[in-house]
Design a protein around this ligand. Sequence first.
Ligand code: IYR
Length: 229
Amino acid sequence: MTTKGTKLINGHTHIRYQSKPISEIKVLKRSEKFYKNMNKRRSVRDFSDKPIPKDIIENILKTAGSAPSGAHKQPWTFCVVENPEIKKQIRFAAEAEEKQSYEERMSESWLKDIKPMGTNASKPFIEVAPYLIIVFKRLFEYDENGDKLQNYYVNESVGIACGMLIAAIQNAGLVTLTHTPSPMRFLEKILERPDNERAFLLLPVGYAADDCFVPELHRKSLRDICVFY
Ligand code: IYR
């Protein structure tokens, strides 16, 4: 049954997908432009404290929230922290976990592998960056009776949303870092999250500091990451 560009499938309305056709040359140009900008993305650890209007962060979050997800369950919560007192608590707890990781939990080979990044347990960017986005995955939902409802492909869905969040941050001209001060359960406590949520990723967002250095890293070539059939 069709009415005016809508269709019923399994009793649910489907709307016509509308996209205006773009010429091949424009598609090529757009793909190149996007790649060139994304290829400039770096994980940044030295942030400026320059404030950022909330509208920008909201646009970035809306982009992340447009990610695909298993059965469209959108199993994510993005907590945005601006409050200096909460940032301080997060930094304190993160540095305590990181100290233990660097001193006791990380293997010799792990420490050797991250040596080029020049990292240690000190995480001043958690307080300096104007915003922290802490992404939580939602393991399940509660219905109105308090019964559990399943979410699907939660890690994949939240991982994709985080990728889109990072791309949106880069596209806006800001910088971030995918920070995982594990174990991250302290974030659930500090932010008083419900028991269906688990901390997934912590992203400081802001401008890079004026004097910001990043490790000299090289990306694998297309030949090394792709197999064309
Ligand atoms: N979480 C620690 C250690 C660390 C781990 C990996 I894997 C890195 O790519 C970089 C650092 C930290 O943030 O310092």
